[in-house]
Design a protein around this ligand. Structure first.
Ligand code: SF4
Ligand code: SF4
Length: 605
């Protein structure tokens, strides 16, 4: 029975996948896509569905697992964020050539803004490069509907289909029609055909020709053609929108009183743009405004610079999210109607910081003590915030902390004075992209220290499991991987584990590792303490202690500057620091941070 439900965009996508018979769903977590697989797993448990859900160690592996299911005839999906698609780009390009059998939906969630990403890159360009169709939903409800459309399109042409929601679609809530999810038996049937599934370059040429033919047909596929949202509107100027810009434009045209005067076209499939639509648009209108996030993918397919307004002529900003206020201004100027400019309130930003009592803070503090003049390479995760503590100098992409650390070593190795290099990355990132880079440092005898910040979870994206957690996507028990054995297996001779909460011992360990690396080569320290926010690990955390600042504190601010625990607050009136008991997690590390011993553990009376 259908019901109306207030649903998060990512939950709506998960529903769409399962309502349409997805039998294998994989992912690597990354904002704004993380809740898609988590929601698939929740629905799987709720309805007792037989399907395989998996957090893979990276996006490439997630893609390849789901793709194998798709070429076995099952409906499959892989979800990730836009930068994750870079990691999966290798199999994506080949999968486009080889095609699919069962429907295959590749969800790549974009982050215009960006809110929590290294780049604002537009996945639709990756779809263009891979030569697969891409659908661009404007809302949670449309995202759910488009999963059905994506499966149909994928099976109609035996091709992977990309669904590209943006942050606003993934993380907004909307009332949607939720259909009942019924268990669907699906039987895999992989037909061996090495000329297709293991094609040599000669056959790949043939596959490329077939792919071009498919794309020409997809550009005429009626079901994904652009929609005229206001069929009664006339006039010589038209607006073309896709994604979230479509949702904004619908409201704004009404607000500006232009609904009946300005034809509004929503493009659901920005690539390949429908050939008939392109021809009619250019023939029927004198001026066309294209509004889309983030790159002008539609606009570049409407190659008429005299008629088309958009990102090329800077009518539409090329950088950042398209907020409703921005879209309103663009449309009003295009239509030549007066509008009231809305000034967005300047919200004072709070500097992001690690949680009070986060074990990473103690690790960074120890790293600074052990290698005060070092170069600190780091990676993608909560620990990127170590930059506030002066312990992160570079962040490039997943796994690059190790390879950049190696690069700095090679850059300086012929100098008389060579800085210590300390790289930091989390356990999830180490599994994701760190291992090949670590092997390279062993072979090249790179003198550096790698600190693996092992909090036994993927904390930044919402505590998804890592290969050390021993749990799967639905909470089912799984095997674990021993990081120490893995590091040693890579050929690293110095590998020691410490608890960053035992800060004195941990600083000693870090000093030893730095000294070892100066002489011998790579040293790995595993800094192990469970994430404070991961409820599954409560029993592995030490009981909290109570701390207080005594009257000898002179307000020098050393603890705040060098340790930056949010629970340590400067009392400007009293000119001393105090502990905010509401924020303090009771880790006790700050007791060892104050050089004047003014922070003390308060023993229970
Ligand atoms: S607690 Fe110690 S380090 Fe912090 S302000 Fe007071 S004296 Fe300085
Ligand atoms: S014990 Fe100290 S370092 Fe730990 S959370 Fe409380 S104030 Fe912060």
């Amino acid at each position: 029975m259908d019901t109306r439900q207030l649903t998060l965009g990512n939950e709506a996508i998960a529903r769409g996948l399962l309502e349409n018979g997805c039998a294998v769903a994989t992912s690597y977590p990354g904002t704004p896509a993380s809740e898609i697989l988590a929601s698939v797993a929740a629905l799987q448990r709720k309805y007792g569905l037989t399907l395989h859900t998996q957090w893979a160690v990276n996006e490439k592996i997630a893609f390849e697992i789901a793709y194998a299911a798709a070429i076995s005839g099952l409906r499959a999906s892989v979800s990730m964020k836009q930068v994750g698609l870079n990691v999966a780009s290798d199999p994506l390009m080949s999968a486009a050539y080889m095609g699919t059998k069962g429907g295959f939906v590749v969800v790549s969630a974009d982050d215009p803004g960006p809110h929590s990403s290294q780049t604002e890159q537009d996945s639709r360009l990756m779809a263009m490069m891979a030569k697969i169709p891409v659908l661009d939903p404007d809302s949670p409800a449309q995202a759910r509907e488009m999963t059905a459309l994506a499966y149909e399109l994928s099976e109609a042409f035996n091709i992977p289909v990309m669904l590209r929601p943006t942050t606003r679609v993934c993380h907004s809530r909307q009332d949607i029609d939720a259909k009942e999810i019924l268990p669907r038996p699906s039987v895999p049937d992989f037909e061996k055909d090495p000329t297709r599934w293991a094609a040599t370059p000669k056959f790949r040429y043939q596959l490329h020709k077939e792919l071009e033919e498919k794309l020409a047909q997809i550009a005429a596929y009626e079901q994904t053609a652009p929609i005229r949202l206001n069929p009664d509107a006339g006039g010589g100027k038209a607006i073309v929108v896709s994604g979230v810009a479509a949702a904004h434009a619908k409201d704004i045209l009404r607000d500006l009183g232009l609904w009946a005067d300005m034809p509004l076209w929503q493009v659901r499939q920005p690539w390949p743009l429908h050939t008939d639509f392109t021809a009619h648009l250019l023939a029927d209108y004198d001026e066309i405004l294209v509004i889309e996030e983030t790159v002008g993918v539609i606009e570049m397919q409407l190659a008429d610079r005299n008629k088309v307004r958009g990102k090329q002529d800077h009518t539409v900003p090329r950088v950042g999210e398209l907020h409703p206020e921005t879209v309103q201004e663009i449309i009003a100027r295009f239509a030549g109607v007066p509008f009231e400019k809305t000034e967005l309130p300047a919200v004072p930003g709070r500097r992001p910081t690690l949680c009070a009592g986060c074990p990473h803070r103690a690790s960074f503090y120890a790293i600074r003590k052990a290698a005060p003049k070092g170069i600190y390479t780091s990676d993608i995760g909560c620990y990127t915030l170590g930059l506030n503590l002066g312990a992160v100098d570079t962040v490039l992409c997943m796994g690059a902390a190790i390879s950049q650390g190696a690069g700095f070593y090679h850059a300086y190795k012929h100098q008389e004075k060579r800085p210590d290099v300390v790289a930091t990355m989390g356990d999830s990132t180490f599994f994701h992209a760190g291992i090949p880079a670590l092997i390279d440092t062993v072979v090249q005898k790179v003198k550096f220290v790698l600190v693996i910040l092992d909090n036994r979870t993927t904390a930044m994206t919402g505590s998804q499991p890592t290969p050390t957690t021993g749990l799967g996507a639905t909470g089912e028990p799984l095997n674990t991987v021993d990081i120490e054995a893995l590091v040693r297996g890579c050929g690293v001779e110095y590998c020691k584990t410490g608890n960053p909460y035992d800060i004195k011992e941990f600083i000693t360990l870090m000093r030893e590792a730095v000294a070892y690396s100066r002489e011998h080569g790579p040293a790995v320290v595993i800094s192990r303490y469970p994430c404070l926010l991961d409820r599954r690990q409560k029993e592995n955390q030490a009981p909290p202690v109570t701390v207080a600042v005594n009257d000898d504190c002179d307000g020098c601010g050393y603890c705040i500057k060098h340790f930056e625990c949010p629970a340590l607050v400067m009392d400007e009136a009293a000119e001393k620091v105090h502990v905010d008991a509401m924020l303090c997690s009771g880790c006790g590390v700050c007791v060892h941070v104050c050089p004047k011993h003014c922070i003390e553990e308060v023993k229970p009376a």
